[in-house]
Design a protein around this ligand. Structure first.
Ligand code: ARG
Length: 835
């Protein structure tokens, strides 16, 4: 929308300019007539009043002769044009080249006692103190290196916290010519302010003097802010609300509706010094747009400072949750476009939590530990310690987390929690399964600190004691996730450990087709006849208990047949396996790709029109950046790593090129409404590398069959040897290629077993899948990311999206297959967002 708006503005700007040009030409022609006319008039008058000497008459006659007149007129027109152009330049362009740069900041003034009157900006007391402080801030900048650019400082709020004194919140505005925009950067402005505070060496505290005002150096924070924030919550704005929670435990309702028009408002929440604010969001009904048009940002301050964002809500909320501030203030910045949008919730003052917990762990008894402020989101600076004690030195402590894992700290900092367990540091991260962390000590001390700058998801763990010498019960296998599973479950084709650690390094299962032990689940109803007597493919549609490798019909019942979806046979009693099957069919266009011998992608060939109608080319700021696949008329799927940096996550910079064979010839270019990156995506390991993109408008059905969805594999889907798998994209054709191909490339690859892949590439999670050829001659490469690894069901069946191009070690190297996101692990995640 932004780009559209920018384009419109640009276009209307251009329109203005041409109108002005037209206007000036019209004006000039009037002027010419007038000059001519006046000249004639003057001449007539002159003739009447004075008798001219003969020479003068001749001169006049010569001047008024046709060729001379033309020269004069041209000169006058020229002069008028120059004057008008200069005026235009002065009024339009010069004014435009200066722009406002805005900051919000805060600092604590020590030694001033807070009085309740300071809460009202209209009170005499506020006006008097704010006036003094404003004067000081202004004087600091008026003698600084940016004095000529400084415009004004406004004190917006005075609050108090448990540190004493008065916390000052202020705005600052600078008017900066575009050429000098770098001289008023955030760091520069903060440095000017800090350098003006003089700390005496004798004084051990962090309080120094700012032109006589005692200022706490540690409290200074200055952030650049958007002009819109400055004007919507700055001085004089009508849309700033202040609410107070004075009594602890008393909740204050907070509801905002947009039914009367656009809302762009700031609500400031304050509670008593020493308390914290807990905001509970009951519901937030908005149009999801990645916070572009609708959204709510909660700040851990009274002004919208980027460095103090607690939480951003860009998606509708229907399940209630809460978040906690780190002090007694919070700012809510609402943005809701006209319509039936609403926010419902409440807030209250809460006490700080006790952070030291001592626990005696009795054998066979399990207990719970919770993240600070659970079930609220974790605030940025939280801290907690747990001291456990088991009855014997042979018993350690096991912590079982629901969706969280502790791993030894590596070179990178911890992003999702910092843990110290008996002096050893671990980093926490969120995962989609259970894990067990065992501490082989009978009285360990566990320390946890929040490490994210914004609020994070809460966690919870059960603790119990375990036998240090034998962590798992008899006949159990210890998984890498820390879980214990029965030994008989190892190599049974089922991911019991939740990270497949029970399914790697397995010898290839034997097909005991006539044997008395049950057939290995890998062979059962996988669509391929593995046994000569065909018993592995019998009774496949009989209803049975559900598990991850069995197909689940819409009714909830399960059948053994793994690949029942859209195979042209009605397998489920409710026929749901053959519903929604408008997918995975290339439009039958001319056959054959590029002539043999022309190497493409890494070892690929040119595709032909309509061969991969789900293939999308994603362009960032107009440049090819990633691939994606069509899932429906308004959803695409791609890789999370394509969107992981700040600007990359803004949907306005992206466009999706659909129905394209050669770059630049898309049948349809779509704008992106929002990007949903998987919540557990890990930018270091590329685990959970998946993202969904919602289009602003569905692509027109007339584009079919050149644009079509790919089939989404059910969780039970199994790729067998008789599947044909092809990776496609416009990425580089070799590791050190410099030019991207213009025609969509395709390369046939085979699925590599997880065991072999881990052997050659190392950290390959169960959410990843490897594919390639041993020689390495066919592979994906840079630029193919996010694009599909499509596999065709045997018997020229439908194409399923089995993988998403994710990472690799170089491109096309022997024995180093490409790594793809394993799509069937995300089927329910995908449906939860797109349906
Ligand atoms: N991460 C790469 C991209 O951003 C894709 C790499 C795939 N590499 C490979 N050898 N298969 O485009």
């Amino acid at each position: 929308m932004g780009t559209e708006r920018e384009a419109n503005e640009k276009a209307s700007g251009e329109g203005d300019a041409s109108q002005l040009e037209a206007a000036s030409i019209a004006d000039v022609s009037v002027e010419v007539a007038t000059v001519d006319h006046t000249l004639q008039k003057i001449c007539r008058k002159y003739r009447k009043t004075r008798r001219k000497p003969k020479g003068l008459k001749r001169l006049q006659a010569r001047l008024l002769s046709i060729p001379h007149l033309a020269v004069i007129i041209t000169a006058v027109v020229f002069v008028v044009l120059i004057i008008m152009w200069s005026l235009l330049w002065v009024f339009l362009f010069r004014r435009e080249s200066n722009s406002g740069v805005y900051f919000a900041g805060m600092f604590r003034v020590a030694n001033v006692e807070f009085i309740p009157e300071y809460r009202q900006a209209e009170s005499r007391e506020f006006v008097s103190l704010a006036g003094k402080i404003q004067h000081v801030v202004s004087n600091v900048f008026k003698v600084s290196s940016v004095a000529r650019l400084y415009k004004q400082a406004i004190i917006s709020d005075l609050s108090n916290n448990d540190k004493g004194g008065v916390l000052v919140h202020f705005w600052m505005a600078f008017v900066v010519p575009q050429l000098r925009s770098k001289s008023v950067c955030e760091e520069c402005v903060e440095a000017i302010f800090r350098d003006s505070v003089h700390i005496s060496m004798m004084n051990r505290s962090s309080v120094g003097y700012l032109l006589g005002l005692p200022v706490d150096m540690d409290s200074i924070l200055i952030n650049a802010v958007e002009r819109s924030d400055y004007s919507s919550s700055g001085a004089g704005s009508q849309c700033v609300g202040k609410l107070y929670a004075n009594l602890p435990g008393l909740s204050v309702p907070l509801n905002v509706f947009s039914s009367w028009g656009d809302v762009s408002c700031h609500v400031k929440l304050t509670s008593a010094p020493g308390s914290l604010i807990r905001l509970t969001v009951t519901s937030f009904l908005i149009e999801p747009s990645d916070c572009v048009s609708d959204g709510l940002t909660a700040y851990d301050a009274l002004l919208p400072m980027r460095g103090r964002i607690l939480h951003r809500m860009c998606e509708p909320v229907s399940r209630s949750f809460s978040l906690v501030s780190t002090s007694n203030v919070m700012l809510l910045s609402f943005r809701m476009t006209n319509g039936n949008k609403s926010f419902r919730g409440h807030f209250e003052a809460i006490a700080e939590e006790m952070s030291q917990i001592e626990t005696h762990v009795e054998p066979d008894i399990i207990g719970q530990i919770y993240s600070p402020f659970h079930p609220s989101l974790l605030p940025p600076q939280c801290f907690s310690t747990w001291k456990f004690e088991t009855p014997s030195s042979a018993l350690g402590v096991a912590l079982q987390f629901q969706n969280y894992v502790l791993k030894p700290k590596e070179v990178n900092g911890c992003e999702h929690g910092w843990w110290k367990v008996n002096e050893i540091i671990f980093c926490g991260s969120y995962v989609g399964h259970h894990t067990v962390f065992r501490i082989s000590d009978h009285s360990p001390e566990v320390e946890f600190r929040c490490s994210s700058r914004i609020s994070a998801q809460p966690f919870q763990a059960t603790y119990s004691s375990y036998n240090i010498s034998q962590p798992c019960p008899e006949n159990h296998f210890l998984c890498s996730t820390g879980l214990c599973v029965e030994k008989s479950r190892r190599c049974d084709g089922l991911d019991d450990c939740q990270d497949e650690s029970d399914e790697v390094f397995c010898s290839r299962p034997t097909k005991n087709c006539g044997g008395n032990s049950p057939l290995h689940p890998l062979f059962v109803c996988n669509g391929e006849s593995d046994c000569p007597n065909g018993i592995d493919e019998t009774n496949c549609t009989q209803e049975t208990t559900c598990s991850a490798i069995r197909y689940q019909c819409s009714s909830g019942s399960c059948i053994l047949k793994k690949n029942a979806k859209c195979d042209g046979v009605l397998d489920c009693q409710d026929h749901s396996d053959e519903a929604d099957c408008a997918c995975g069919r290339p439009s039958s266009v001319k056959k054959t790709g590029s002539p043999p011998g022309r190497e493409r992608i890494v070892g690929g060939d040119n595709s032909v029109e309509g061969e991969w109608p789900w293939q999308v080319s994603l362009h960032f700021s107009g440049q090819l950046y990633c691939g994606a696949s069509v899932l429906s008329s308004d959803w695409l799927v791609s890789a999370a790593h394509c969107f992981s940096k700040e600007r990359l996550s803004d949907p306005r910079y992206w466009s999706a090129h659909l129905g394209m064979l050669t770059q630049g010839s898309a049948k349809h270019v779509a704008e992106i409404q929002r990007i949903v990156v998987h919540e557990y995506y890990d930018e270091y390991t590329f685990d959970y590398d998946i993202a969904l993109l919602q289009l602003k408008k569905p692509w027109p059905p007339s584009l079919s069959p050149l644009v079509q969805p790919v089939c989404l594999p059910p969780s039970s889907h199994a790729v067998t040897d008789s599947h044909r798998c092809v990776v496609t994209g416009w990425g580089y054709r070799s590791e050190d290629d410099k030019v991207l191909p213009s025609v969509l490339q395709k390369a046939e690859v085979s699925i590599v077993s997880q065991t072999d892949c881990k052997k050659s590439l190392g950290p390959v999670s169960s959410r990843m899948l490897c594919a390639g050829v041993a020689s390495g001659e066919r592979d994906a490469c840079r630029g193919d990311s996010g694009g599909p690894l499509s596999c065709q069901a045997p018997g020229r069946g439908r194409w399923f999206l089995i993988g998403i191009v994710s990472w690799g070690s170089g491109c096309g190297r022997p024995n180093l297959p490409g790594v793809f996101t394993r799509v069937n692990k995300f089927t329910s995640w995908i449906y939860s967002h797109i349906s």
